[in-house]
Design a protein around this ligand. Structure first.
Ligand code: CDT
Length: 361
């Protein structure tokens, strides 16, 4: 990869949300809080704001919801003829309109009820990327690593995690995408012919982004799929339990451990794939239980460069220089020089652990 060291500056933010307390918290109230954070982002000259997973509602997989009509109210319809219907839904439109007005790109998570061509309905835990420059959504990601269980835990007083009950694993893979209008002077496809070597274009085009949702950030596999597409900025929204009474440890111990694993995953993923990452959480105490804060921005060396200080609504922002991704991409993690794919077949041929045979006496 050729060196292209001109700065490629971009100011981004994680819009942490405090708790959305209950299943019937009014949507307008949450939308007001989200649009207020967008106004603050505009004051700070932020160009892209990332909101949490399932941003508009309480974390509903934390509840046992048996009524299908009630459950449907947590999903936004979509279909092949209208895959981004969410942007016109009254549950999201005020936020999208505000993003348009301010010229800020946004990414947010929501429950998606997809009706396929033949009428089959599938529910996903989804995030979209809305480009203010294009005035439309340019990418969708559906959460792949669903945590939790299908059947509710019947022990009294436990914290539920029912994502496997309410969602199907995403079917869109880890598809990186370029975003127009975010950095100045981006090289376009028409310019490449003038370059001595097509590799000289690397790290000079419009920024390469990808999305993960919550539990996905703990899995190296997804990060590396993005790393292999030259990702420069990864976006991730989450709702991560801070304390569950059925697990060992005090409230404080569990929360600290959850924050540690959150930071560890985000820092390792960014470093090992030489990219920035933005992580936006929903924090504080909702009716189903408590959620960690720790919304953050991580640089390509794995350092946390900005982090939330509260468990409430808070804008966490930083100015990135995407050209700094090149160091890792050209040296330690120059994949084309150092990867040994002949030894990686286990990664795709095998799902669970297979221990070596037991030893004899
Ligand atoms: N929402 C979500 O994906 N929560 C999971 C809980 C996993 S338990 C460690 C998370 O990764 O935060």
């Amino acid at each position: 990869m050729a060196a292209a060291r001109e700065p490629r500056l971009l100011t981004v933010a994680a819009a942490q949300l405090g708790p959305v307390t209950s299943l019937d918290t009014p949507r307008e109230e949450v939308l007001r809080r989200m649009t207020k954070l967008l106004d603050e982002a505009a004051e700070k000259k932020v160009r892209l704001v990332v909101f949490p997973e399932l941003a508009f509602t309480t974390f509903f997989p934390g509840y046992v919801i048996n009524d299908s009509e009630e459950l449907a109210s947590f999903f936004e319809p979509a279909s092949p003829s209208d895959p981004y219907a969410i942007v016109r839904s009254p549950n999201a439109k005020p936020l999208v309109d505000k993003a348009d007005e301010l010229g800020i790109d946004i990414s947010f998570g929501y429950g998606e009820r997809w009706t396929a061509e033949g009428g089959k309905v599938t529910d996903y835990n989804t995030a979209i990327y809305y480009s203010a420059a294009r005035k439309r959504c340019i990418a969708k990601y559906r959460k792949i690593h669903l945590p939790g269980r299908y059947e509710p835990d019947t022990r009294p007083g436990v914290t539920q995690q029912l994502e496997k009950r309410y969602f199907t694993p995403g079917d869109l893979g880890f598809q990186a995408f370029r975003v127009p209008g975010l950095v100045q002077g981006a090289l376009k496809s028409g310019h490449v012919q003038g370059l001595p070597d097509p590799k000289d274009a690397e790290g000079r085009g419009d920024p390469i982004l990808g999305m993960l949702i919550c539990n996905d950030r703990r899995w190296a596999e997804g990060w590396r799929c993005y790393g292999l597409q030259g990702i420069e900025l990864l976006l991730e929204g989450y709702n991560t339990t801070a304390f569950a009474p059925q697990y060992e440890g005090s409230n404080e111990e569990q929360e600290q451990e959850a924050l540690f694993h959150h930071r560890l995953s985000c820092q390792a993923g960014s470093y090992q794939n030489a990219c920035y990452s933005v992580h936006a959480g929903k924090a504080g105490t909702e009716d189903h239980g408590s959620l960690i804060a720790g919304s953050s921005i991580v640089d390509p060396n794995g350092h946390v460069i900005a982090e939330s200080k509260t468990k409430g609504d808070e804008l966490v922002f930083a100015t990135l220089d995407l050209s700094k991704c090149l160091k890792g991409k050209e040296r330690v993690f120059a994949f084309e020089k150092h990867r040994r794919v002949e030894h990686y077949s286990r990664l795709i041929d095998q799902v669970g652990t297979e221990e070596p045979a037991l030893l004899s006496e």
